[in-house]
Design a protein around this ligand. Structure first.
Ligand code: URA
Length: 432
């Protein structure tokens, strides 16, 4: 019988636990032999004491061992690539990166999550496409990556069940923001779902878990080390989440923006991140290309229409209708106007994400249903010049009352000044 109380106490007192002990604890928790209250106490001890690199790896391996794993390379016959973000506002990057990489001939397979709180989830965005099926079996997932070159699905229940339980527990016990716990949570899912090469987008800033570059670097280093130990090729990009990514925040609006970006008509920051992440994946793949050639191929796929064609092939393969005019549209669209001349100094990511959440684009609890049509389009972003009365944002709402409230909230998310702020690129750092 596992002595969970003893392990909690030793971690509380700053001791390093053995790999076998961590494995036993995680597996006993998944079996139901360790109750939530003990696991919550353990997570809090880890939150304050941290885990050594060896403990972090042991925890990750234990989480992988809690469920089944997928051998994508074996099934597809080639290395498969994946991309993951630590979560942000307006982050639809995977939806554009997948088709670009697939159009360049590299298989892309991703298991994704739902959004909670002010951050949106890739699955919620995909479900705004009529008919789109996110619940493929592991076998269907593998077959689609092999035959279509691209699949993005919800995580199957039997893959890393320890993370499902632990993440839910951490979410309500103030123990999410620990580098080892985040790194093991993300990397266990990446390792179990089978991709060989992974680009990890570590968000930094107001709308991210990691508020400072130093914290983001620590998380990136921890995930790179886990990738190395698990024999995966990993690149981390540290990217700006002090403002929403792109213009659109809200599910169907983000699908529209993805399509525009795949036509070469996307917002500058979003297009840059999509091309940078795609190029990294092409370099990590078996194409044998360098960064310059990878970037050229990614850009060409957008210019010649092959990326958009790959998007449409993928959406159809998962039962969806890829057309724009079938996406749900909100009945009320209201503009927000600039109160003064000047430049946008800041545009708070959390504030915009929360406004979209209140409109119904996200969930406050896991049980909430989502309104896929609603959201916010931030027409002006940090550094943009504005004239008094000019439209800076658009609210897409279910009714006039919700639109009025969101318009106030979004206006409050903006700060203006007469001088332009320092420009800050979307990709702040790349660590390999
Ligand atoms: N995303 C995850 O998958 N896990 C975490 O712990 C944090 C972000």
């Amino acid at each position: 019988m596992i002595r969970a109380a003893e392990l909690i106490q030793r971690k509380r007192d700053g001791e390093e636990l053995g790999a076998g002990e961590l494995r036993e604890l995680v597996l006993a928790y998944v079996r139901g032999d360790v109750p939530d209250y003990q696991m919550a106490a353990f997570c809090m001890a880890v939150y304050f004491r941290g885990l050594s690199p060896a403990e972090t790896f042991a925890l990750t391996e234990a989480m992988v061992a809690s469920g089944r794993t997928i051998d994508l390379r074996g099934a597809v016959g080639r290395p498969v690539v994946d991309k993951h973000s630590t979560g942000g506002v307006g982050d639809k990057t995977s939806l554009a990166v997948g088709p670009i990489v697939a159009a360049c001939g590299v298989p892309f397979g991703k298991m994704s999550g739902r959004g909670l709180g002010h951050t949106g989830g890739t699955l919620d965005k995909l479900e705004s496409i009529p008919g789109f099926r996110i619940e493929l079996s592991a076998e269907e997932f593998v077959a689609q990556v092999r035959d279509v070159g691209l699949a993005i699905i919800g995580q199957t229940a039997d893959l890393v069940p320890a993370d499902k339980l632990l993440y839910g527990l951490r979410d309500v016990t103030a123990t999410v923001e620990n580098v080892s716990l985040i790194a093991s949570s993300i990397m266990s899912k990446k390792i179990a779902s089978g991709a060989d090469a992974i680009v990890l987008d570590v968000k930094v800033g107001d709308g991210a878990f990691m508020k400072t570059l130093d914290d983001a670097r620590s998380l990136a280093d921890a995930m790179l080390e886990l990738g190395r130990l698990a024999d995966r090729r990993v690149v981390c990009v540290l990217t700006d989440m002090d403002q929403p990514l792109g213009h659109a925040v809200g599910n169907a609006l983000e699908i529209l923006e993805t399509r525009a970006t795949l036509r070469g008509e996307g917002p500058d920051d979003f297009s840059e991140l999509v091309l940078a992440a795609s190029a990294h994946l092409l370099v990590l793949s078996d194409l044998g290309v360098d960064e310059t050639e990878a970037r050229r191929r990614a850009e060409t796929s957008v210019q010649d229409g092959s990326a958009l064609a790959a998007y449409e092939r993928w959406v159809r393969a998962q039962g969806g209708d890829p057309a724009e005019d079938v996406l749900p549209a909100a009945p009320v669209v209201r503009e927000v106007s600039a109160p003064q001349d000047g430049y946008v100094q800041t545009l708070g990511a959390i504030a915009v994400g929360t406004a979209a959440l209140h409109l119904g684009a996200g969930r406050r609890t896991k049980e909430d249903t989502i309104d896929h049509a609603v959201g916010v389009r931030c027409l002006k972003k940090r550094g943009d010049a504005v004239a008094a009365g000019e439209a800076i944002a658009e609210i897409h709402a279910r009714d006039e009352n919700a639109a009025a409230q969101a318009a106030d909230d979004v206006l409050a998310a903006y700060a203006f000044d007469k001088d332009p702020p320092f420009r800050r690129p979307v990709v702040l750092e790349t660590i390999a």
